[in-house]
Design a protein around this ligand. Sequence first.
Ligand SMILES: C[S@@+](CC[C@H](N)C(=O)[O-])C[C@H]1O[C@@H](n2cnc3c(N)ncnc32)[C@H](O)[C@@H]1O
Length: 313
Amino acid sequence: MNNPLFKELMEEIFERPSLIQEVFKTFKKRPTTFRLNSHFHDPLQIINSLKNQGFKVEKHPMSEFAYILRNRSKKELMETQEYLESKIYLQSLASQAPVITLKPKKGTAVLDLTAAPGSKTSQIANLMKKQGKLIAIEINQPRFFKLQHNMKAQGFDDPEFLKLELTSGVKFCKDTDLKFDYILLDAPCSAESRFDFKEPKTYRFWSQQKVKENQSKQKKLLKGAFEVLKENGTLVYSTCTMNLKENELQITEFLKSHPNAKLKEIQIAGLKKHNLSQDLIQEYDMPHDINKCFRLMPDNNVEGFFVAKIIKT
Ligand SMILES: C[S@@+](CC[C@H](N)C(=O)[O-])C[C@H]1O[C@@H](n2cnc3c(N)ncnc32)[C@H](O)[C@@H]1O
């Protein structure tokens, strides 16, 4: 690692140089991964068909629907009927973790508060098997159109089951009379786990100010989401960033102002969780159980991610 600007940025983000070596592991090429769209299609048939076409695919332990491509290119996979007919959806493994954690049940009311382009909305829809009610919100119009397109392409366009709304999540939560059993807040964030030191465009726009702006957005969205969560309901908060401010410190502040919010332990098969040290927890006055959150450190198959699971008591 000999890019001084990038090194400085990493030290700024992580505050602890010891973490940086872990994070540098992020910056390697990872295999293509995908998720099976299991509701409309038979998973076994999809996998057998790909194997018959010479694709070597390996199931990841995190989910029966998460797969890693072990030979051939992403482009070749994208030329298959399975891809063209949306039987499979390209999605990183880390990005599948929040919905695996949320685990929405069939027949319930589910809210995806910051939804586009819909990777996780469609993952939720598959798990719900079109039973219950799923509402997905997105504030950005071009991204909202992508969400619409993606959901339709995967077969989810039944208004009885799915409602997509182009609006602010904060406004939605303020105006709605509905309450939800499960809420996903896959928050807007500074996306630090997608930085690549070989490609300055991935981190050129990062700044302390941007982190602050994200923190403020996340705080409002979290507050709104919790208000529309039913008692005993589950809220999952996730980001694809690595700094403490948008992750554990955001959750710390939220828990301090919401005494009826409790963290739940997260375990995801096959993924390596990073626990914060007791020194760090004490230094920032975080709750003693903050390590119930899942800080996913990168490895050969996954990038970094942060997931917190909160129950309303
Ligand atoms: C991390 S992305 C979500 C990715 C999505 N969950 C997926 O897996 O495909 C965050 C999204 O939140 C949207 N967003 C930002 N502020 C918002 C707000 N106040 N209300 C609703 N959506 C918002 C952004 O436009 C962006 O599309």
